[in-house]
Structures are given as C-alpha cells and as structure tokens.
Write a protein that binds this ligand. Structure first.
Ligand code: C5P
Ligand code: MG
Length: 199
C-alpha cells in the first residue's frame, strides 16, 4: 500500500497534482474539499452544516471532517492506497488520521508539501474564480483562507518533519514540472524507501 498526504496553501495546486498522482500510481483520491462541496450541492444535512464555514473560508469542525473522511475511506478499503488532499488541515486531524490508520497497521508513507509564494497563490485563485464557481474564491475570503492556512495548517510541517515523511516541493513551476518532481520523490520512496527532503 502507498499512502500519500498532499498539503500546501490554498491555490498551491493540490487538487490538480492529486488527480495526476492518483492516475499514475492507481491511488484513491480523497479530497475533503470536494466531498464537502458535493454534500452542499446535494443539499444534505452535512452540506447544510458545513456551508456556512466554507462560504466564510473557515475550517469545518474536526469532528465533521473526520466522520466524512472515515466514511469515504472505509468504502474503499480495497484500494492500493490513498492520496489525502486537503486533509489533515489541523494537528488534531493529523493525530486522528495516524490513529485511524494505526489501528489497521497502515502508515502514511510520504507527505508532499507544495510551496508557492503568497502573491502567486492569490493570482491563481483570482484567475480561476470565474470558472471555478466556488463560493470561497473571492478576494477577502481568499485572504482569510491563506491566513487560516498559516495559522492552523502550516504547523503540520513540523509534525510530519519529526516523523521524517516531509518532502518540500517547489510549486512555483508549471504543472508538468511540479508533477515530475513529485514522481521523482514518490519513485525514490517506492524503490528504496528513502524520503527525498526537497525537490
Ligand atoms: O481543500 P479545499 O481548498 O478544497 O477546501 C475548501 C474549503 O473546505 C476550506 O476552505 C474549508 O472551508 C473546507 N475544508 C475544511 N477542512 C478540510 C478540508 C476543507 O474545513 N479538511
Ligand atoms: Mg482542492
């Protein structure tokens, strides 16, 4: 099994790269953001609960996220591995994930940290706003999402560094170039269990 966590600020390309990684390594792509947006679209009770957080650019409470993720993951236990996109977002979520996987003796193998400068993030998200139809791709909400990332998600870098799983990826390059770097890190891990710390 191969389990990858991909994280980085909003607009860093997590979703785009996750799809490519899932294709390349036959992994199940679990995007908590997509899951939540789907619930909102279907107007389910979870959707109604989470809409107010997403619209404001705030994080949905850990308990709701963990339940959603667990539901999805248990539906796909036969998968050769997972790519967790947009989860964990907080230390509590990371600890829960370790616990949940630990029970089945499944480790997280690699954590990809996509690094992109703030100005570029903002440019990308404002650029995609027209097509994305996302309620949170708006100027002031984008600022808030970046702030929340710095405050609550960024500390995860240290959490995974301590576990020696962190790979820093320069995400300023074009999509294909970033993907090449990711593949280099994943292939190195697959062939000799070595973490490439920076690509
Ligand atoms: O991951 P993505 O950028 O698609 O997430 C969009 C929004 O979904 C976040 O800004 C947040 O409101 C919510 N979310 C969350 N917790 C997660 C993933 C997404 O609160 N683990
Ligand atoms: Mg995403």
């Amino acid at each position: 099994m191969l389990n990858i966590v991909i994280f980085g600020p909003p607009g860093s390309g997590k979703g785009t790269q996750s799809k490519k990684i899932a294709d390349e390594y036959q992994l199940m792509h679990l995007s908590t953001g997509d899951l939540l947006r789907e619930e909102i679209k279907k107007n389910t009770s979870v959707g109604k609960q989470v809409k107010k957080y997403i619209d404001k650019g705030e994080l949905v409470p850990d308990a709701i996220i963990i339940k959603e993720l667990y539901k999805q993951a248990s539906d796909h236990v036969d998968s050769p591995g997972f790519i967790f996109d947009g989860f964990p977002r907080t230390i509590v979520q990371a600890e829960m994930l370790d616990k949940m996987l630990g029970k089945h003796n499944i480790p997280i193998n690699i954590v990809l940290n996509i690094e992109v400068e703030e100005e570029e993030l903002f440019k990308r998200m404002m650029g995609r706003a027209e097509d994305s139809n996302r309620s949170d791709d708006k100027e002031e909400i984008i600022h808030k999402r970046i702030d929340i990332y710095k405050d609550q998600t960024y500390p995860l870098i240290n959490y995974y560094k301590k576990q020696d799983k962190l790979v820093n990826i320069n995400g300023m390059a074009p999509v294909e170039k970033v993907f090449e770097k990711i593949c280099h890190a994943v292939d190195t891990y697959k062939s000799c269990k070595k973490i490439v710390h920076s690509v």
